[in-house]
Write a protein that binds this ligand. Structure first.
Ligand code: AMP
Length: 189
């Protein structure tokens, strides 16, 4: 199985590149952000997730891990998974390792997209015009999301670095250029 963690701050291009990687390697793409947004909006779970996401905060680990695991379980007989936006805390990374271990598999590689903060802010505001996401449109919420990334999520890279699985990818350039860098890193494994 090819299990890729596509990592990076909000606006780094994880969603865009995941869609391309999914086609290239015939993988299942799981974005926890998309899963939260697709929940029945009247459900308690959807409203709980929204109460965090709309402020730019992380949904608590316990809920997020459960959602991720049940999403993975929906797929059988697959080549692998692209994890997009998960894990976002070290506890989530530990949980993913345990979960995959029980399935006799493991994370193959973490691909970390590196993009300067000013560019992230510009990209998110641009995306807001088409995404309709409240958390993309408000500069204060964007600031909170990037601050939460730096505080809670960035340390997850260390976790995979310690397992020799971290590859940093320059996330600035055209979509095709960045995709080529990702492919090279994956094929080099
Ligand atoms: P995203 O679509 O990845 O930008 O995620 C949108 C929002 O969903 C985030 O700001 C969080 O509130 C929530 N979310 C998505 N993935 C996670 C995760 N792995 N852990 C905690 N919260 C998450």
């Amino acid at each position: 199985m090819l299990n890729l963690v596509l990592f990076g701050p909000p606006g780094a291009g994880k969603g865009t590149q995941s869609e391309l990687l999914k086609k290239q390697y015939d993988l299942v793409h799981i974005s926890t952000g998309d899963v939260f947004r697709a929940l029945d909006e009247n459900s308690d779970l959807a409203q709980l997730a929204k109460s965090y996401a709309d402020k730019g905060n992380l949904v608590p680990d316990e809920i997020t891990i459960q959602i991720l695991e049940s999403e993975v379980q929906k797929h059988t007989d697959i080549n692998g998974v692209i994890y997009d936006g998960f894990p976002r805390t070290t506890d989530q990374a530990v949980a993913l390792d345990k979960f995959l271990d029980k399935k006799d598999t493991a994370v193959t590689l973490m691909l970390s997209l590196i993009v300067p903060e000013d560019e992230l802010k510009e990209r998110l505001l641009e995306r807001a015009k088409v995404s309709g996401r409240a958390d993309d449109a408000n500069p204060e919420i964007i600031k909170t999301r990037i601050a939460n990334y730096n505080k809670s999520t960035a340390p997850v890279a260390e976790f995979y670095k310690n397992q020799n699985k971290l590859v940093e990818i320059n996330g600035v350039g055209t979509i095709e250029e960045i995709f080529d860098r990702l492919i090279q890193a994956i094929n080099a494994r």
